[in-house]
Design a protein around this ligand. Sequence first.
Ligand SMILES: [Zn+2]
Length: 371
Amino acid sequence: MYSCYSCGKTYSILELRWRCDCGGFLTLLEETTFSRETFANRGYSIWRYRESYQLPPHAPSISLGEGWTPIVTERIEGTEVRFKLDYLMPSGSFKDRGASVLVSLCKVLGIEELVEDSSGNAGASMAAYCAVAGIKCRIFAPAYTPEGKLIQTRLYGAEVVKVPGTRQDTNDAVLKAATTIYYGSHLWNPFFVQGHMSAAFELWEQLRGELPHSIMVPLGSGGYLEGIYRGFRTLQLSGLVRTIPRLIGVQAHNCRPLYEAYFLGLDVGAPVETKPTLAEGIAVSRPPRASAVLEAVRRSGGTILSVSEDSIRTAHALLLRHGFYTEPTSATALAGWLQMPVEERENSIIFLTGHGLKESEKIAQIHGLKV
Ligand SMILES: [Zn+2]
């Protein structure tokens, strides 16, 4: 059952719906629990925990083997820190957790075609899973998006619709298309968020229940952090963990509506002026699920940090020196960690979210490498 976060109205998950009639965003109403016995003998992917996503009972698993990414420990500025390598996913980003679950929902609902708006990882990920599912996928992106960012999406067989004007114009165009075609939105759809719960379950299993004190993630729309919180909440309700790690979202100074909202005590994203940032993947000026994200941060005892362009560049160089080839966006989480007082850095896990091979030219430019 879906429930509207704003007005509480409920809807069946069998409806082709991505938001409430009031305009509010949806979440899954029931909180689930699970027991170790359910998945003890299953393979290692996000589908190990399939009951937790609350898909309709006969939903297939549209899967490319996503999940169970490695955890690697490094010593940085004298402190040990662990990295969760979520950039090592089938389409090269953590978004595969959400896309795998959302496209599985689409398949069981008999959806043959969907629209989505994204110029980056989410579009590529949705295109990959739609290819597996045999669903026609149309991705809307602003006309100014460099063609290089869309190659992967196109090659998976998705149709790319370039919309003249601003990001808002692209948003308007996809909403218009969504009146007749299903909107498989990574920003709005609660099943995309459900897929991200798997990251919490994996950490718990991989670390044998010894959870870190803090978890650092790049923060754009916040769906990842919201999903991780929901995963830990399931573990807590199942009596498997006592406390939830502090969830720390890191935004770029140049686009930080959730940071502003957090410190102003708002429960919706704050209106902000945005400037270009190296962390393009988290440049979301109006995150639709902001209230759920802010609640997750507060309930976990976490916080939201904001980092400068210089510190993103420095953190990215540091990642490279440790052998991690990620998108610049991933470096925001490390930049946030480096900004914390040394005594708070202990026992942290940093999520690295997107592969660098998608943006090699940009990375070369950032670090002054002539190619
Ligand atoms: Zn509503």
